[in-house]
Design a protein around this ligand. Sequence first.
Ligand SMILES: [Zn+2]
Length: 150
Amino acid sequence: MNRLELNASHYRCIVEHAKASPSDEVCGLLGGTQERCLTVYPGKNIAPTPECAFYMDPHTQLTTMRLMLERGEELVGIYHSHPSSAALPSARDADCATYPGVAYLIVSLIDVMNPTLAAFQFANNSFEPLPIMIEQNDKTEYRGTICIQE
Ligand SMILES: [Zn+2]
């Protein structure tokens, strides 16, 4: 993966999800093909200490992965938020990174009015920065957001 492509509404969806619970980390998955995100799937963080960690509800994760498969998508990214730290992977993020070739997106809410988004790729046991391309007016067929209701 050399970059991650999102459109403006995917970007908004991820940032709005993070802003909706500014003191707890949120998490979700991105489905798409190769380097392009097609659909944002907000997940549910069930970590016991959600203010500084995330653990995606396995049931939602399974349902999401199944839905992606049905839609001909693959897992292209995993996103989560940092309520009070920078958009950089924490030591815990590195311990929990298990998917090589997938983009790890982090939204920082240090400045809630101006959240920052950064992407990384986990390779050779460390995170490397991954450029994000946000398409504004392209003609690509993007999908949207799917919220999986319990
Ligand atoms: Zn983190």
